[in-house]
Design a protein around this ligand. Sequence first.
Ligand code: KIV
Length: 263
Amino acid sequence: MAETVSTLTLAEMKSAGEKITMVTGYDYPSARLLDQSGIDTILVGDSVGVVVAGYKDTLPVTVDEMIYHGQAVVRGTERALVIIDMPFMSYQISIEDAKRQAGRIMKETGAGAVKLEGGIAMKKTIKALVEIGIPVCGHIGLTPQAVNQLGGFKIQREKERLLEDAQAVAAAGAFALVIECVPAEIAGEVTKTVAIPTIGIGAGNGCDGQVLVLHDMLALFDRFRPSFVKQYADLGAETKKALREYSREVKAGIFPGAEHSFK
Ligand code: KIV
């Protein structure tokens, strides 16, 4: 079995100039597929609320839901680093609350780290979690939990603010930083100025790694597809084809045949 991926592995990869792969995963079978494909880190993103539960955004997702999905992903993973998103309002109220909720996530799932959204405003929270032994991945740029504050899912272009946010997250002790929906040039500059690995989504090729939402890249979610997503397979179409064929065979009395029946 290939060596397991830890937060230190990601730091080493940045130093060596080796790109980091991250993809979201929400259940046991997808975790096994991601792990067996050599993906370095599996993010149990709160995007589960949108692409699996069908909510309009990530705000309704609860800690219990993240723990349920996180447990399934950890059970299906042998090599990759599993990172679990802290959902909206599980870390914003107080540092004490953030410790309690992050502690639950780590203790009840066995994941390797948590991720939370925000830059300068989250500096003390990140530091407090890191100090008690909980590795934290930051997330700046378009932070979907703040969609109402940001006025929609928009590209974030405030360069100075992004540089300051990235520095704050790194100084607080985060081991990595997701940068979402930021012009490639700015994300590239952030990547050069922070010591921790940056993982981009809609942030160009200058980041230390890339993350995509599994259901977007495999076309398993059809409500919308952000322009930065590359579709690597059309499993939505393949699945519908298989289901239509099954339906046709059942209705025609073809399935189950003798080979799928007991004597
Ligand atoms: O929830 C999620 O899937 C994420 C990624 C988009 C980075 O935070």
